[in-house]
Write a protein that binds this ligand. Structure first.
Ligand code: SF4
Length: 250
């Protein structure tokens, strides 16, 4: 009987210690070669989430509202407009138009003037009145609670749907991708797309669902307070060590 020759097991390659890997990655960054594959690495994403929690534990929607319907209207009005301006308009608007019925049967030319300071007031009037009518006629006067239904309202796309479902109802239907979330997702290398729909899909894959709502608010807060489109305040940013954005100011 022939003896079986014992094969030596292949030597295991020692994996580089984490610090060394980080240093290697940092070196690549300085040389203009970011470790792209590492952008959405779970450990890095978890670190970003922890940093956001640390910096913005109480981040929330900055549009003032008393119910889901008001938030829906304010979110429609916030397109191409600041939340501060929308809040100013909203203060008198919801006294004059207290519910969906009031908006649905408003005089268009009058409503246009009431929301004029938010810009694009003709289209916004159509959207607000159309959404209000649909809420009355199809949803019994209540803002629907599913993305599928809310998307049937005139003037409502996924961003608005996510804002309302997440903030008013606490339903994590997706990630709000506004101009800040789009910019920061690119800078933090969480998505390389510039299409908000694709960015949202990318974020939904790497952010745990129970963080979707808070993550959206936190990124918007960071974009407004620190990571501005022009001249981000990288010196004040607690994610600086994790960020290798080309337009970093450090
Ligand atoms: S380091 Fe600068 S560019 Fe990067 S996330 Fe922070 S503020 Fe934005």
């Amino acid at each position: 009987m022939a003896m079986k020759s014992k094969k030596k097991p292949p030597k295991k390659k020692k994996s580089a210690p984490t610090k060394a890997r980080a240093a290697k990655s940092a070196k690549g960054v300085k040389a203009g070669k970011p470790a792209h594959a590492a952008g959405t690495e779970p450990k890095r994403v978890a670190e970003i989430l922890a940093k956001l929690d640390e910096a913005y534990p109480n981040a929330t929607c900055e549009l003032k509202h008393e119910n889901a319907f008001q938030l829906l209207v304010s979110t429609i009005l916030s397109a191409q407009c600041t939340d501060v301006r929308v809040n100013q308009v909203a203060e008198t608007l919801y006294k004059k138009y207290p519910d969906a019925k009031a908006f649905a049967y408003a005089t268009p030319s009058e409503l246009q003037q009431d929301i004029r300071p938010t810009g694009f007031f003709r289209n916004k009037t159509k959207s607000v009145m159309g959404a209000s009518k649909a809420i009355l006629e199809k949803f019994g006067g209540q803002v629907p609670r599913t993305m599928e239904e809310i998307l049937t309202l005139p003037g409502v796309a996924r961003k608005t749907g996510n804002v309302v479902l997440g903030t008013a109802y606490g339903i994590a239907s997706g990630v709000v991708v506004d101009t800040h979330v789009l910019r920061l997702s690119n800078r933090l290398d969480l998505s390389r797309s510039e299409d908000p729909k694709k960015v949202e899909q990318d974020l939904m894959k790497i952010i745990p669902q129970d963080k979707w709502i808070q993550f959206s608010h936190q990124l918007i807060w960071h974009g407004r307070r620190v990571c501005h489109a022009r001249k981000p305040k990288c010196l004040e940013c607690n994610m600086e060590s994790l960020c290798y954005a080309k337009d970093k100011t450090l």
